[in-house]
Design a protein around this ligand. Sequence first.
Ligand code: BTN
Length: 281
Amino acid sequence: MNLTHRTPGHMTAEPPWANTQSMLEEEVRRRQIFPGLSVRAYESIESTNDICTAIAQQGSRGPLVVMANHQSAGRGRQGNHWESPAGCNLLLSLLLEIPNGGHDLLSLAVSLATAEAIERAAPTLPVDCRVKWPNDILLSGCKVAGILIEKPASNVAGVAVIGIGVNVNQRSFPPELAHDAVSLATVCGSAVSRLTLATELLAALQQWLSPSLVKDTIIAQWKARCDMLGRRVSLESAGSTIHGMVEDIDPFNGLVVREDNGALRMCHAALSRMVRCEPAT
Ligand code: BTN
């Protein structure tokens, strides 16, 4: 195959989708990413998260990565749909054993891995990748990637399905998203290889999900990539509407918001929806 390389591992051309599975298998073996990782790449399926969940319910504990060129029923957080045109974006789920993975620290680590992988796979990006609680990845204030972490079921304890959707080569968005969404190609001005991004993402996930990583490092790095601290937000959380200033992020209790009446509120990611986050003043 005639692929040109910018730097080792950075392809400027996208290989045919049919070659994705074997090429990703080769890359993860070569770079020793998640030893024993199984790779599946589908042309079109309902949702990569659903495939991982079904496989976990049959007793597998991973590691397994599932990718799709198209999803017919892609899912986002809190019951939203995740729409992506066929053949241009990264739609990937990782089934993995995660001891103690039940708190927001996992979500912070996955956000950091995604941001880092994007910067490595698209070195011509003119801006840094930022994170927005709970787990959106932003470029210039617009969403470039989203993360949906699920636990398959109570009978498969210690296993997580980490679903990541990155807008890679999508050139336009539906009107309702046009002001809030971007892709790597629109920001960089040129196409980015999904295979390179998938490889960098798995490498970064291996690093950020390592049990030896100190929790404080994850929290400090997440805060360093986050623009939200000190900003005014409105959230729906656990049945009530909260207005206030973001005071902190707590990996176990979520977003820490100082309400206008002085009360301190902990907003768990699973129970909260961001309604508005005002620009920094
Ligand atoms: C969000 O921002 O709401 C999360 C979006 C997560 C989308 C990804 S695409 C791959 C994986 N499969 C799914 O059905 N969803 C996740």
